[in-house]
Design a binder for this molecule. Sequence first.
Ligand code: PLP
Length: 377
Amino acid sequence: MAHIYLASPHMSEEGYEQKYVKEAFDTNWIAPLGKNVNEFEKELASYVGAKDGAALCTGSAAIHLALKAAGVKEGDIVFCQDLTFSATVNPVIYEKAVPVFIDSDYETWNMSAEALERAFEKYPDVKAVMPVHLYGLPANMDRIMEICKKHGVPVIEDAAESLGSYYHGQHTGTFGDYGIFSFNGNKIITTSGGGMLVCNLEEEKAKERTAKVRFWATQAREPARHYEHKEIGYNYRMSNIVAGIGRGQLKVLDQRIGQKKYIFDYYREHLKDCEGLSFMPVHTDERANCWLSVIQLADNCGVRPLDVMIALEKGDIESRPVWKPMHLQPVFKNYDYIDNGNVGAVLFRRGVCLPSDTKMTDEDLERICGIIRGLWK
Ligand SMILES: *Cc1c(COP(=O)(O)O)cnc(C)c1O
């Protein structure tokens, strides 16, 4: 039986990606930049409803430049969601700023508005707030934006996992001043590796900020015939080949979301008799992209997350724990953490990310569910 991945690249059956890549070859626009990059920026910004986008080499690079664009400097406090991938936080450290970790809530699995309010009382001079839309579940953006607007602090949404997820009809990543997306290999669409920064300020400002981001991303080269530099730059731009893959993938994004939802619904239906097993909170008034299907196992249900992961592994099937909270990571142990009852740590302890590869067949899904149900017998 074939190996089943957690989530692997899934190119279009129609070959859209290859068509755009071929175009780049045919015109010798391999690099730097070119039509695919320009079009991919426009197409992605238009898909999510953002004013403008800057295509970069990774989602991490997009977070880094969003922090710079938001004016985060050495010693500044940045509120970061505690339950996330370390890529959310690393760029805060690159800028020598100071992360403060904010716990999640059970309703969204993302940044708790209550904990955020308490964080503002403790650190009123915070410079930016970074909620995440984990596993494609939208964060509580109404409350988070309300609180941040009241304090006049910019929000950077880490929407790396939530392309195609909407909160109350608006695309995730378009509420805060900046939103970032990732096209890494395991994301809902992939360019092999890549990222996008979108800016949601008013039109003029958005164009100005994304232009600045593109400038930093191309070694901060001043407009002169010779190489003139007044600022430190980065080599963070997306290549025209990679952007071609992105344009093709964008055409099948809605199809992928449908497949991810099918997988989630399949698990929900076929694992409903496993006592103590529950699912991530997908609310009916939202559209979550269901990037990964994640379950929780009650502490006393007799089956532990590790049992599920080992049983699947024996069947050559990948699964994974939920992200380990940042305040529990040795590398971040010296930073403050605003607790909301340790929700993130509980979700980590009880969680398993089930295989969510869009190339899985019903037979694959049934095999997975059979192995999991077998643990209850
Ligand atoms: C994948 C991911 C990133 C980083 O994106 P890359 O393109 O891999 O650099 C950031 N945050 C979260 C939550 C992610 O899942």
